[in-house]
Design a protein around this ligand. Sequence first.
Ligand code: BG6
Length: 514
Amino acid sequence: MNQTPNSTTNPLREGLSNRSLPRPCNVVIFGASGDLTYRKLIPALYNIQADGDLPVTTHITGFARREKTDEAFREELGEALTKFSRSGRNEEVWKDFSARLHYHRSEFGDEEGYRTLAERLNKLDEEHGTAGNRLFYLSVSPSEFEGILAKLAQFGLNKTKDGSWARVIVEKPFGKNRATAHALNEMVSHVFAEQDTYRIDHYLGKETAQNIMVLRFANAIFEPLWNHQYIDHIQITAAEPMGVEARGPYYDSAGALRDMVQNHLTQILCLVAMEPPTDLSADSVRDEKLKVVRSMRLMSPEDVAKNVVRGQYASGCVGGKDVPAYRSEDRVNPESETETFVAIKVHVDNWRWAGVPFYVRVGKRLPKHGAEIAVYFKETPGVLFNAQQAGLGPNVLVIRIQPDEGISLRMQSKRPGAQLCIESVKMDFQYGTSFGKPSPEAYERLLLDAMAGDATLFARRDEVDLAWTFIDCIEDAWHKNQTPPPMTSYPAGSWGPKEADDLLAADGRAWRRL
Ligand code: BG6
């Protein structure tokens, strides 16, 4: 009898099918007064509880500098929930959830603050049976990492005993280039082992990003076509109508390339381009992604001039509202040369993808909010229907990461009637309609995974390192070259600079309109 290998027949195969359940723990958020806590982390933890997945004794402690009582902290978070929770706020769930929230005031470098934190966590362990499990979330500027990590080590908060665990989640930006990322990784590795270090990339927690592997490897019809023989090119777009909001200083020192391409878009590209992993364990998946990053062709300054377009938004109109130019945004250098848009033609130099360009673009102040992957297949030979209609157009498979999560396939069909007229039609799958309930937020999935000890959807050190190598070539061509390629400009509310269209037009292609 044929037997399909699976996790029960082969104990070496790991993965989602046998992934562990989240274990009760104390979550400590450093930088708890920050935006991320209010908009994402607490709504995510609340919704995990509302879905019945938060281990009952889990407690959450916010660590920040501002003076605040537990009650005031809870009240602020309660208000934020009504605004930012995807399921709103249910009073019964909130009552139970808010009782698990605590506030710990301290400077990040203050020893006393960590001594009392250790006492507090031990007490919570005794009272609630959290068994010494700790999940530290560093939602702070990287300049604070070293101080916080040193203090955690000094007070033994990174140590485990009797089967307990201590893990750290690190938010981006994870370095500014390869050298600083390396230094940061070294620093973290002195306090937490790699398997306890969770570098968060929230795009990997998005349902649709997780579905890329399922689409490719759980369906028989796509994988045989998923290569240079059948695919003409791939476009990956992340568009935002938002400007830099209150993040001027951070963004002005980062730019779109570091802010979005080094992490989110590279991760998405890896999921699209990787080979099937041997199993679903964190390392098997990440090994395959690593091979893709390693195959991304590094660019010389001349290549950068040809294959990369950078742009900055000028004033314009988005969603019917006049908005200022990037250089006039709050706390942005009025002479800033930071890019808010970037388009890149990426070559993945391996057997599967030889000669298939991946066009990646990301920008702020674009007309729409949306992220998608569009896979353009090669056109059929123009011998049969050309007499009726020239240029039928290719099949395009679109994976909509957000909003309107779903997958569509564009194909050609005969229009009903006596004439042979061919028209493009769309087969469309929408998460909302098919599954009838909203997808969890990325942070929900990622926090649950960190509590369960599953690092599959987090970036490994070597991936981050290699992704920076790719980005550094571009940054160096822009900033260290005698004759850097020019910064272009685009009106807010447009689809980016004309040069981005030229990039594809030079290859006889065009960007898909979202
Ligand atoms: C963040 C970037 O990582 O991702 C932001 O720092 C960006 O600049 C955001 O706006 C986009 O995330 P999402 O989930 O809204 O696409």
